[in-house]
Structure formats: C-alpha cells, structure tokens
Design a protein around this ligand. Structure first.
Ligand code: GAR
Length: 219
C-alpha cells in the first residue's frame, strides 16, 4: 500500500480550490494532527473553543496509524482532510519514514500529536525537527510514556500536571511549552481522574498551540 493509495489518502481532489486567506490576511499555520484513538484532543484543537487558534491555524490533515481509529472518522465528519497508514506489523523506522513522506505532501507547519500512541524514531522526527508538539497527561519530568492517568490514580496523587511539550528524540523529554495542574483530590475512580484531566487538556492544547504559532510568526 503506497502512502497515496486512494484507500488511505482521503484528501480532497487536487483540483479542489484551495481555501486561501482573505487578501491582506496573514497565511494560517498548517497543522497535521496525528491520533491513534478516539481523538478528543483533535476535536478540541479543530473546534478551538478559544478563538485565537481558529484565526491562526488550519487543519492540513488528520492522520492516523490506525485506519479504523474513531478520531479519524470524527475528523472526516467535521470536513477535515484525513489520511491513514497502518503501522501494524511494520518496522518502526520504515513506517515512520513513509508516514513522514505522506505528511510532507500536506506541507504542515506543525505536527500536533493528539493521542498518537507511537514512539517516534529519528526517521519521523528529523523532517519536522522543532515543529512536533505533544500533549501528555502528566508532568513529563515525573512520568513518561503511556498510562499516565492510571499512574496518578494508582498512586493517589493529589494532582497531575498536564504538559504540552516539543518532541525531541527521547521519550517525552522535549522542552516544555506549558503545564497546568489538575486537582485530583476526591477523584475516586479512574474515569473521574480522566474526566478532570481531559477537560484541562482540551483547553490547554489549543491555547498553547495558538501561543506557539503567534511566537513563531513574530520571531
Ligand atoms: C490523552 O489523554 C493524551 O494526553 C494521551 O492520550 C490521550 C488521548 O486521548 N497521550 C499520551 O498519553 C501520550 N503519552 P484522545 O484520543 O481522546 O485525545
């Protein structure tokens, strides 16, 4: 299956008119949003409840390594271009190089990881170095990788710190862009921990992306 196979590449036809900025308006930053699952952070970014991100950015593509990810369908239903490339059974570096090549066709300014459950190899990171952003449900100095809400719940933590960070070649080691604490006191189920955490994630991610884009434009 090639990256541009019609089964997985659901971009609008090339002849479709590009929705450019209004005359005189600055070009919007193009976001490639990557997910592997339900995509609630993707939805929060696309809907951008806080207006600045909607004015500053547009969705170039929503991409998944899982063609049946519910988030991909949700993105399509919102009118976002979507693409997928199955990662199952693939060698990491080979898959990552192919995924990066596919994404480059969409000319993203930023790659936004939104529950993209893969460790990224240099083959993916290098083409987008300094332009990959991730959201993590804990302080990345305290907990890396998967299951951060389970970790907070199992350890009866009074709070967790949602972290938005740039992605480098380590596991959740990149520079922190923003953090926000979530009060977990009295949260007596994992579902409640997640509910409180996700509410903060959804707001923090679009706000931090807007700040990052503004800073990048001004620098
Ligand atoms: C979110 O909680 C996100 O922070 C987490 O996966 C969930 C995805 O949910 N990411 C990580 O744990 C990355 N290490 P979503 O698909 O509803 O956005």
């Amino acid at each position: 299956m090639t990256p541009t196979s019609p089964q997985y590449d659901r971009r609008p036809a090339p002849s479709a008119p590009a929705a450019g900025p209004a005359p005189g308006a600055p070009a919007k930053a193009r976001l490639a949003i990557l997910l592997s699952g339900r995509g609630s952070n993707m939805l929060a970014v696309v809907r951008a409840p806080n207006r600045p991100l909607r004015d500053l950015a547009e969705v170039a593509v929503v991409f998944s390594n899982k063609p049946d990810a519910p988030g991909l369908e949700a993105a399509g239903a919102l009118g976002c271009p979507t693409a997928a490339l199955p990662s199952q059974g693939r060698k990491r570096a080979e898959f990552d190089a192919e995924a990066a090549a596919l994404l480059q066709q969409y000319r993203p300014d930023f790659v936004v990881l939104a529950g993209y459950m893969r460790i990224l190899s240099p083959a993916f990171i290098q083409p987008f170095a300094g332009r990959i952003v991730n959201i993590h449900p804990a302080d990345t100095h305290q907990h890396q990788g998967l299951h951060a809400y389970e970790w907070a719940f199992d350890n009866h933590l009074p709070e967790t710190k949602i972290t938005v960070h740039l992605v480098d070649e380590g596991l959740d080691t990149g520079p922190v862009l923003a953090q926000q604490a979530v009060d977990l006191r009295g949260a007596d189920t994992l579902a409640e921990v997640e509910r409180r955490g996700l509410a903060v994630e959804h707001e923090l991610y679009s706000r931090t992306l807007a700040d990052l884009i503004e800073k990048t434009v001004k620098s």
